[in-house]
Design a protein around this ligand. Structure first.
Ligand SMILES: [Zn+2]
Length: 134
């Protein structure tokens, strides 16, 4: 959202980490007097030194006040570790299925206690993922 906002503002200048100055789009602004800051949680803070309201500013660039606040979904996307829930489930099942498959072709008839523990854990994982799937 910050990218979209910055693209729609005039004379944007980066003045620091997650900080920008731009020409305010609400009042007649000759020297950039709109300060834009993105807080660590993703919230966009707008401050016009001439006193224009944030709602007027976002409206002028065709956005909504709610666009200044991060949506939970956006935050997930930012994080590299985020995966859609279904993919996490499938990945876990695929992993545990692979674990189980290691025991299929074992030539010794009896599984050791350690083997059983591994298989049981894998099967329990698959079962848990199966119930999350439905
Ligand atoms: Zn202003």
């Amino acid at each position: 959202m910050i990218d979209l906002l910055l693209k729609r503002l005039d004379s944007v200048r980066k003045i620091g980490r997650d900080r920008w100055l731009a020409r305010c789009c609400v009042h007649e602004d000759n020297c950039p007097s709109l300060s834009i800051r993105q807080a660590s949680d993703g919230t966009i803070l707008l401050h016009c030194f001439a006193g224009c309201g944030a709602s007027d500013i976002v409206e002028a660039v065709g956005m909504k006040l709610s666009d200044l606040f991060p949506k939970p979904f956006d935050q997930h996307i930012k994080s590299k570790r985020y995966q859609p829930p279904y993919r996490q489930i499938l990945r876990t099942v695929a992993h545990d299925a692979k674990v189980v498959s290691l025991f299929i072709n074992r030539t010794d008839d009896d599984l050791s206690d350690e083997d059983l523990r591994i298989v049981n854990t894998a099967l329990a994982n698959i079962q848990r993922m199966g119930s999350r799937w439905s």
